[in-house]
Every structure is written in C-alpha cells, then in structure tokens.
Design a protein around this ligand. Structure first.
Ligand SMILES: [Zn+2]
Length: 337
C-alpha cells in the first residue's frame, strides 16, 4: 500500500520556545508538470514548496525549513520576540494542507521575519521569488510582478554587495537577475545580463544555465524588437490597443523598457482558417459585438492557453486532428474536474 503523501513533525520555535507541528511532504508524492525559466516548478497535485516555510502558530516567527532553527543570536531572538508581538494579528491556520493563498501568506511572514533580523539580500531575494511563484499559482499577475521586482532588486544587491551567495553559483545568480529583469520588462538590462552569463569563465560547468541564458537572451531581443517596432513604425493600433504611456526608464532611443505592456505587445499575424471557422468566429463576435473579432480570437487562445498549456507542454501531437483531440480531452477533463 502506498504511503501517505503528508506526515507531521514536532518542532520547537527558537523564538518563543513553544512546540508546534509542521506538515511535510514525501518527495515520491510530487509530480512535476512543467518548469518555468525562473525556476518555478508546476506540480500536478501536491506542491512541496508550499510546505517549505515553517510558521510558529504562537509568535508567527517564520523561516525556510533549512533555516528555521537559526543560527539566531540572543539579540536577534529578543528583537524578533518584541517586534513580532507588536505586529501580532489573527493569522489563517497554516498547519496541515496549504493552498497557494496559505503558502503565499507563509512567504509574507517569512519576509517579515527576514526583515526584522536584517537577513541578507540573497535570503530576501529567494523568499520574494518564491512569493512570485505562489502569486502565479494564485493567478494574481499584479502581485507576481511586485514580488518579481523585489526578487530582482535583492538578487542584484546580493550580486553587487554580498560575497556569500547562499549556495547559488555566480552563473546561476547572474542568469536569474537577467531573467527577472526580462520578466519585469527591463529588456535591455536582461540582454546585458544574459550576455555576461554566456561569457562567464564557469559557464561550461553549467550547461543547463548556458542553454537557458541563450534562449532567454534571444527571447529578450525579440521582445525588445517588438517593443521598438510597436512604438515606432508599426501600423497604428486601434485606440484601445495602444500601450500605456511609459512610466519607467527610457533607453537612449527613448524606448520605454520597464512597463509591463512591452511584454504583451500586439502584432499582426497572418494565417489561414477553414471557412466554417471564420463563420463561427464572425458569429461569436456578432454575439459579443462590444469586443470585436480579434478580441474574441485572442480570448479563446488565452483560455486554451490557461487551461491546457501545462499538459500541452508535455504531450506532442503528430497531426492537426491529433492536436485537436488532445486539446478536447484536456478541456473536457478540466471542465469535469
Ligand atoms: Zn514562536
């Protein structure tokens, strides 16, 4: 009989010294569905990362499992006890099974603890990155961006000011700074970091990072090109399709590169459809006259992308019909579950 995926362990809080239970996950229960380029991993049912921050239910001291017991100096323990008591408020029950919301709250509490003890930029960066992953699971894009930006800034400060990078190699650290710049719309900085990664003397020791850096470098260049095209010589888009005015930094050419709109620039794309598909699309857009044909098609693509993408990433079809069957099965399964 297979063992249970979860088990409990008793821990002692290093701050208030009270006992409490943490939930742990057996690695055999975790199935990876996809990996993102910022090291996010999508799991099938159980996400072990949701349980990697332990939170004392008595005083709300929170830290990654590996760092939970310290080392904490007596001064840090006193400062934690005093400040956590001041900040104390009702918290959700973070013991037992956690969803993305609870996992995210655990990250917020771990960030709070890290700030009180003035933890390193590297520690804060890894917590913020984890928060961004959980915000992605929650489907909260705004929150995800906020956490990605914090992770970007703390990783950059760590690279510039800290000599010990907490088990992360220089190559990996530079890569993640590049990717976080790309994901937060700073495309020129991203390109600069990726080019430094592939020129690093240690790069051959980390072939996976080299491959990722080359792929993301190419992607960042394409994204920058699309931003440049859309803000200069492209056909003028419809009024509602214009990118919002730049609020962030500008390049020498005056091209904005820090607003999220750059990451989703619209482009004219030409392809052929069957006549009945065009008729169906026209019918749908007549029924939804407020948004138009293009918007209907985009919404359909986005919905399929959102529901079916994780599974489409691991399954391949050999023909158009097979691909249709694949998507139908995924969508049916998703509607039934
Ligand atoms: Zn405690």
């Amino acid at each position: 009989m297979p063992s249970q995926p979860f088990f409990e362990q008793e821990k002692i809080c290093p701050v208030c010294e009270k006992k409490f239970k943490v939930t742990r996950v057996r690695s055999s229960a975790c199935v990876v569905i996809r990996r993102d380029t910022d090291f996010y991993i999508k799991y099938k049912d159980i996400n072990p990362n949701y349980y990697s921050i332990w939170v004392c239910p008595h005083c709300h001291y929170a830290a990654l499992d590996k760092k939970f017991s310290g080392p904490l100096s007596d001064g840090e323990k006193k400062r934690l006890a005093k400040t956590l008591a001041l900040l104390h408020r009702e918290e959700p029950d973070l013991s037992g099974i956690r969803d993305a919301d609870k996992a995210f709250r655990a990250v917020e509490l771990a960030v709070q603890t890290a700030q009180i003890i003035r933890a390193s930029h590297a520690s804060l960066a890894s917590l913020y990155l984890m928060g961004a992953w959980f915000a992605r699971d929650k489907g909260d894009k705004e929150l995800e961006q906020k956490y990605l930006e914090q992770a970007r800034d703390h990783y950059t400060s760590s690279y510039e000011r800290e000599t010990l990078h907490e088990k992360i190699s220089d190559v990996r650290l530079m890569y993640i700074i590049g990717e976080l710049n790309r994901r937060t719309g700073r495309l020129r900085e991203a390109i600069n970091w990726f080019s430094r990664v592939v020129r690093h003397p240690d790069i051959k020791r980390e072939p996976e990072i080299e491959r990722l850096a080359r792929d993301q470098w190419e992607l960042a260049r394409e994204e920058l090109h699309r931003c440049t095209v859309s803000s200069t010589d492209s056909p003028v888009p419809a009024e509602e399709e214009k990118a919002p005015a730049a609020t962030g930094e500008k390049t020498e050419a005056g091209i904005p590169f820090s607003e999220p709109a750059c990451r989703r620039t619209k482009t004219v794309y030409s392809f052929t459809l069957y006549r009945d598909q065009v008729e169906w699309l026209q019918k749908l857009s007549e029924d939804n006259a407020a948004i138009g044909k293009d918007a209907v098609l985009r919404a359909l693509l986005d919905a399929v992308k959102e529901i079916a993408e994780p599974q489409l990433m691991v399954k391949k079809a050999a023909s158009e019909n097979e691909f249709k069957e694949l998507i139908s099965t995924i969508l049916k399964h998703s509607t039934n579950s």
